[in-house]
Design a protein around this ligand. Sequence first.
Ligand SMILES: [Zn+2]
Length: 154
Amino acid sequence: MYVLSVLVRALFECECCVYVRYKLCVCVCVYVLSGHGCFGRYLCQIRREQTAGCHHCSAGAEDTALHTLQECSAWDEQRRALGAIIGFDLSLPAVIAAMAGSSTSWDAVASFCEAVMPAKEAAERERERESALLSRRNNRRGRRGMAVPALRPP
Ligand SMILES: [Zn+2]
């Protein structure tokens, strides 16, 4: 997080980085780099998910920003495209260094994030929708379950 905060501060203090600042503001990379996005670990911490496990692969791994960036098989294609441009060292310092080093690398990371994060968010919304439907269905059954015995003759 320290490296990210230094990068963000440098970008916002630099007079000639208006375009970069714009990209930073609109880019969902911040979520990936901070881990405060649609990741199981974070969603579990804020009690929006019951488990921190990744729903996108069968590795049984905790869904974190680094899992998404470095190893989740669901994003292999996007990772290959990213690695072809910035290299395959996808550690956080290497990714940030690549982003700071060239606009091509910055755009490659942004493209990765823009491809992956909306898909993760859509999957989360679908899980929430299914969970709400299941909960409503169970509540209806529960109400009927309570009401039926009360109407039965003794
Ligand atoms: Zn995964």
